[in-house]
Design a protein around this ligand. Sequence first.
Ligand SMILES: Cc1cc2nc3c(=O)[nH]c(=O)nc-3n(C[C@H](O)[C@H](O)[C@H](O)COP(=O)(O)OP(=O)(O)OC[C@H]3O[C@@H](n4cnc5c(N)ncnc54)[C@H](O)[C@@H]3O)c2cc1C
Length: 307
Amino acid sequence: MSACLPQVLMGAQFTTYRIGGPLDEAYQPTTEAEMVAILRQTQAAGKSLTVLGWGGNSIIASAGIRGVTIITRKLDWVEPITDTRIAFGAGVHLAKSASTGLKYGLTGGEFMIGIPGTIGGAVRMNAGALGQETADLVRSVNLYNLETAQVETWLPEQLGFQYRKSLIDPNKHVVLSAELEFQPGNPAEINATMTKSVQFRKSHHPKEPNGGSVFKNPSKEMPAGKLMEELGAKGQWREGGAMVSPLHGNFIVNVDNATSTDVLRLMRRMQQAIKDRYGLEAHPENLLLGDATPEELELWQALTAGH
Ligand SMILES: Cc1cc2nc3c(=O)[nH]c(=O)nc-3n(C[C@H](O)[C@H](O)[C@H](O)COP(=O)(O)OP(=O)(O)OC[C@H]3O[C@@H](n4cnc5c(N)ncnc54)[C@H](O)[C@@H]3O)c2cc1C
């Protein structure tokens, strides 16, 4: 398979947490055809598959990923379809999709500007900000369905978008591209909204490596970050090299060579504290990928129990 990356790569190179061990067999396809060929060969060989976009929401196990890992970042093509509809390859960074909207004077994608992720990851996660989410824009998604071994086009009603989730299951469906529908807008206003968003993130999000919000907000009135602040966790709670960010209570920062175990232990402590103090269930937003240790599996099962 030609897109196979020759040297041993570490997951840490491909996640915003900068955590993750060796990727046994990593591919970075540059075309959809190449991606589908890799997927078909992976299936035929009976190998396990992991898909990685920007790694903006992923905790890769420190033991790494066995089997095939496909990194989508090079599928970063953009193609206008109509005056308001644009198709994006799965690996297009969300900053690029937002700027593409601006380039064509289209509004609706401004919220994507500061989210470190790809179109594929955003569809799977229904990424959102500023009161908007990916579901608002998606008109269709092209994916490779491992169950049917076919490329299929899914419409919004098949994608089952909910708060930070969709029916895209990366074990079965690999997003190849998505068509997003924007609205005609005022470039100066679009630009101003994006600039404001970038500035807000600069001052409110930590500079140390992190994976964004670790938990979904238990409710709008009770954001997880606020609860952790009340619990005195910000800048205080720590497991190994992972710490609750002093700047944002729902972010864990990698301050000193944190491992995946450190992050999961800290997440579990945070989740239990929210349950004990407020009686609320905090559901993980971060995802665990790769070859987890027995302790990590146990922590992950406890973190996701009943969710
Ligand atoms: C500083 C910071 C700020 C953030 N702010 C926000 C925010 O405001 N709003 C928000 O929603 N999120 C936010 N995030 C989280 C993250 O950026 C989003 O969840 C983003 O959508 C993840 O995209 P990704 O490509 O990085 O996904 P990854 O982390 O690479 O993958 C996430 C999941 O999607 C799967 N996946 C990736 N690509 C594909 C594909 N092509 N087909 C099928 N499955 C795929 C992976 O297997 C994995 O299960 C933030 C993260 C950071 C670090």
